[in-house]
Design a protein around this ligand. Structure first.
Ligand code: NAD
Length: 264
C-alpha cells in the first residue's frame, strides 16, 4: 500500500539526528507522499537536521524552541502564510536535566520539575492549539510518550510524571478538538537508543531488560514506530482518537519474567 499521505501536509518537530524517533516517522510519511516542514532546536541541531530534511524533501525547515511561546507562534505563522492549512503534526520533544534522571524521584528540584513539564508536556498543548487553528478540514496530531507514565521505571523519575500529564493532555485535547474532526493520539514507544534516551541513568540496562522480557524478545526500531505513526496520521485510523498506542514489542502487558528467564 502506497500514497497513504498523498496530498497531506504537516509539521514534524523533534528530529535531532538520524537516530531520532521523529526521523523514523518522517521517513515513513515521506515514503507515503506527505509534504513536511521540520523544526529544529538551535543552530547546532539545525546543521544536522537540514541535510535530513533535504532527503525527505521537507520544504520548510524552521527554528523552534518550545520553551519560548513566541518561537512556537512564529512557526505556525510561517506555516499559515506558506501553506494556508495543515493536516498533521508530530510532536517528538522531551527534556529533563539528566542529573535528575537518576536516583530518587523525591529529590527532583522545583526548577527542573517546571522546566521538564513545560518542554515535555505543556509544549504539546501549546503546539496543538496553534495547529488546530490551521486544521480547517480536520487533521491528526501525535505525540511520543513512554510507559514510565503509569509504572515506575528506574531513573525515569520526573519524566514519568511529565509523560502522565502528556497522556492526560492527549485525552483532553482529543475531546476539545474531536467535534472539529481533529484526532489526537500518542505512541508509547519502547526504549530506543537516541540522544534523549541516553540521558536516563542505566539506559542500557533498561534496554536489555526489555529486550529479554518483552513478548517479541526484542526492542523496537524507529522505522516500526514510524509505521504506527503513519497509521495514526493517515485516514487508516479515522475512527481513532484519545488513544495511547503502545509500540514496545508488547512489554507493557508483561507482569514478571518466568523463573527460567530470570536465571538467564
Ligand atoms: P531525540 O533526542 O532524538 O529527540 C528529542 C528532541 O527533543 C530533540 O530533537 C530535541 O531538539 C527536542 N527538544 C528538547 N528540548 C527542546 C526544546 N526546548 N525546544 C524544541 N525541541 C526540544 O530523542 P527521541 O528519543 O527520539 O525523543 C523523541 C520523543 O520520544 C521524546 O518525547 C521522548 O521522551 C520520546 N520517547 C523516547 C523513547 C526512547 O527510548 N528514546 C521512548 C519512548 C518515548
Amino acid at each position: 500500500m502506497e500514497g497513504l499521505m498523498k496530498g497531506k501536509r504537516g509539521l514534524v518537530m523533534g528530529v535531532a539526528n538520524d537516530h531520532s524517533i521523529a526521523w523514523g516517522i518522517a521517513k515513513q510519511l515521506s515514503a507515503h507522499g506527505a509534504e513536511m516542514a521540520f523544526t529544529y532546536q538551535g543552530e547546532a541541531f539545525g546543521r544536522r537536521v537540514k541535510p535530513l530534511a533535504e532527503k525527505v524533501n521537507a520544504s520548510l525547515v524552521l527554528p523552534c524552541d518550545v520553551e519560548d511561546s513566541a518561537s512556537i507562534a512564529s512557526v505556525f505563522e510561517t506555516l499559515g502564510s506558506e501553506w494556508g492549512g495543515i493536516d498533521f503534526i508530530v510532536h517528538a520533544i522531551g527534556f529533563s536535566d539528566k542529573n535528575e534522571l537518576k536516583g530518587l524521584y523525591a529529590n527532583t528540584t522545583r526548577e527542573n520539575f517546571v522546566r521538564t513539564m513545560v518542554i515535555s508536556c505543556y509544549s504539546f498543548t501549546e503546539v496543538a492549539r496553534h495547529a488546530a487553528g490551521l486544521m480547517k478540514e480536520g487533521g491528526s496530531m501525535i505525540t511520543l510518550t513512554y510507559a514510565g507514565s503509569t509504572r515506575v521505571m528506574p531513573n525515569y523519575n520526573v519524566m514519568g510524571v511529565a509523560k502522565a500529564g502528556l497522556e492526560a493532555s492527549v485525552r483532553y485535547l482529543a475531546d476539545d478538538y474531536g467535534p472539529r474532526g481533529i484526532r489526537v493520539n500518542a505512541i508509547s514507544a519502547g526504549p530506543v537508543r537516541t540522544l534523549a534516551g541516553a540521558g536516563i541513568a542505566d539506559a542500557r540496562h533498561m534496554f536489555s531488560y526489555q529486550q529479554r522480557n518483552s513478548p517479541l524478545r526484542r526492542t523496537v526500531t524507529i522505522d516500526e514506530v514510524g509505521g504506527s505513526a503513519l497509521y495514526l496520521l493517515s485516514d487508516l485510523s479515522s475512527g481513532v482518537t484519545g488513544e495511547i498506542h503502545y509500540v514496545d514489542s508488547g512489554y507493557h502487558i508483561v507482569s514478571m519474567p518466568t523463573l527460567e528467564e530470570l536465571k538467564q
